[in-house]
Design a protein around this ligand. Structure first.
Ligand SMILES: Cc1cc2nc3c(=O)[nH]c(=O)nc-3n(C[C@H](O)[C@H](O)[C@H](O)COP(=O)(O)O)c2cc1C
Length: 274
């Protein structure tokens, strides 16, 4: 009965149109979308990701966990830095945010080390959301057993929070407050997540170089300047690197610098010659 109706459905233009309109507007689309593996690049995910605060009571499949850990562990780190990562189930961390797993970062206590953690965790954050899972940064989550060198945790879990449709849904400073130039890099950095949404960065452009500088001010600067603002700068640098690569440039180095002037990350690249 259903099969015999199928040809009529396929060849009936109004029905087909209605079906596609439903796919576009109905909330189920999010569920279908979230089940598709790796449909978006990390760069594309910059424009749709969000901090996920509510998770479903269902574990992340093992193969996804391995690929998330590989994504962060095998990634190039900022010059001179070395962070370690553990992906633990909720039972092994102090306060659960409801997510089934937590990606924990361990590093030295220096501005460059914190920035490096942001640089790596943001790659994981984008990867996790690109495969249809939810993720979010949480300052209050700690491992139960191993506190030495612990820096911050990224919650990872299944979620039904819809991804953002595009950049108009982000609450961010206007572009001209972070950069004098409207480029793919500044647009991608503008959307980066940050602690308390403080967005403590400014961008400078030189030939073959992008500088992401710590420009936090005001009360949030006082609260966050030591650790969280540095993680934020690393996160912003990840967005800058992805935008540069998306435009065909090859990254030569990403170097954190805290030599008296403002903390910054200098990204050097070879320009696309096409
Ligand atoms: C280093 C860092 C720490 C954060 N800590 C928390 C936290 O403890 N709790 C929370 O709800 N959100 C936390 N956030 C999420 C930010 O509040 C969020 O990224 C920001 O408001 C922008 O929202 P969006 O990520 O959805 O664009 C943190 C973000 C970063 C980058």
């Amino acid at each position: 009965m259903v099969w015999s109706a199928l040809p009529r459905f396929i060849y009936d233009p109004p029905t087909v149109t209605l079906f596609f309109i439903c796919c576009v507007i109905c909330p189920m689309r999010q569920i279908l979308y979230f089940q598709e593996e790796n449909t978006m690049t990390l760069y594309e995910t910059i424009f749709t990701r969000r901090q996920v605060r509510n998770y479903l009571n269902s574990p992340v499949p093992e193969d996804c966990l391995s690929s998330i850990l590989a994504c962060v562990s095998e990634s190039e780190q900022l010059s001179g830095q070395h962070a370690d990562f553990k992906l633990l189930p909720a039972a092994e961390v102090s306060a659960s945010q409801g997510a089934s797993h937590y990606l924990l970062a361990f590093c030295d206590s220096s501005p460059s080390a914190y920035a490096n953690v942001g640089f790596l965790l943001q790659k994981a954050d984008l990867y996790v959301q690109s495969i249809g899972l939810g993720s979010g940064y949480f300052m209050n989550i700690k491992p139960k057993n191993e506190l030495k060198r612990f820096c911050i945790a990224l919650a990872i879990g299944k979620a039904d929070t819809p991804a953002r449709i595009n950049e108009s849904e982000f609450k961010r400073k206007p572009l001209n407050r972070i950069s004098t130039e409207d480029t793919a890099v500044s647009r991608a950095v503008r959307l980066a997540p940050s602690s308390l949404n403080s967005q403590p960065w400014e961008l400078k452009f030189e030939p073959g170089k992008v500088i992401v500088e710590d420009a936090g001010t005001g009360i949030s600067r006082l609260i966050l300047k030591n650790k969280l603002n540095k993680i934020d700068i690393g996160i912003a640098a990840r967005h800058a690197v992805l935008a540069l690569e998306h435009n065909g440039n090859a990254i030569i180095s990403a170097v954190p610098k805290s030599d008296g002037s403002k903390f910054r990350i200098e990204i050097t690249y070879k320009e696309d010659e096409k």
